[in-house]
Design a protein. Structure first.
Length: 244
């Protein structure tokens, strides 16, 4: 299974399970995440949605090898829009969303983390919006989430630098919330949420929620326009040749 899903004591564990690809997202992962989100949306016994990676990595974003055949804007949107919708659903969950970064969370992996309510990170954890290295912008809605999480100024620098930040820097700017050196440490810190799910959602949402979600959705279209550019395909070819 590319995503392992289990419910233990009110915590829905969602583990990305593609260690050879550093838990990169492909179409199967997108579909599995949608199924996990549906479970969290409908099961009132779930108080925490916990996303984690397998074997020392959180998520390396979209799988370049799986998606390199997507060439046009329309083809790119077949991947971007479903994953964009996953992040919007993650933001609207009637339970708390948490992720544990104990390795790289880059590109779309950083977007996924930015959409969570709380981010735990180990000393080995790191995150970066490296989409610019492939001549792209964020496409899953992560930039909007990042701006809300760390402020527009810090978000702008993080996005435009395409740099990977270490754990201490992520904690200092507010991208990460707590340090944890093991998953057990994360689980010990989690507290059951007893307020109604509707209240959880309302406390999380921005003042102008409709504008916020519109901004998230616009990222998919912007990224798709860049996706069909010659520069993007040139960078993808360079990346794939380097991996051979």
């Amino acid at each position: 299974m590319k995503v392992d899903i289990s419910l233990v004591d009110g915590v829905l564990h969602v583990q990305l399970n593609r260690p050879e690809q550093k838990n990169a997202v492909d179409f199967d992962v997108i579909n599995a995440l949608a199924e996990a989100l549906e479970e969290a949306e409908t099961n009132r016994h779930i108080h925490t949605f916990l996303i984690k990676g397998h074997r020392g990595a959180f998520c390396s974003g979209g799988d370049v090898q799986a998606f390199h055949s997507l060439y046009t804007k329309e083809e790119a949107l077949t991947m971007l829009r479903p994953m964009n919708e996953n992040l919007i659903r993650l933001r609207k969950l009637p339970c708390v969303s948490v992720c544990y970064i104990d390795g790289p969370a880059v590109g779309g992996g950083a977007e996924l983390a930015a959409a969570c309510d709380k981010v735990y990170i180990s000393a080995e954890g790191k995150a970066g919006f490296i989409q610019g290295r492939l001549a792209l912008s964020t496409g899953w809605g992560g930039a909007a989430c990042l701006k809300q999480k760390i402020g527009a100024k810090n978000a702008f620098h993080m996005l435009t630098s395409a740099s990977v930040y270490d754990a201490e820097r992520l904690l200092s700017i507010g991208f990460a919330d707590e340090k944890a050196e093991s998953l057990d440490e994360v689980l010990r810190d989690l507290k059951p949420v007893t307020i109604p799910g509707e209240a959880v959602t309302s406390y999380r949402e921005p003042v102008n929620a409709s504008a916020f979600y519109k901004e998230m959705r616009m990222e998919a279209d912007r990224c798709a326009s860049l996706w069909e550019s010659e520069e993007h395909h040139k960078q993808v070819a360079f990346f794939l040749n380097k991996k051979q």
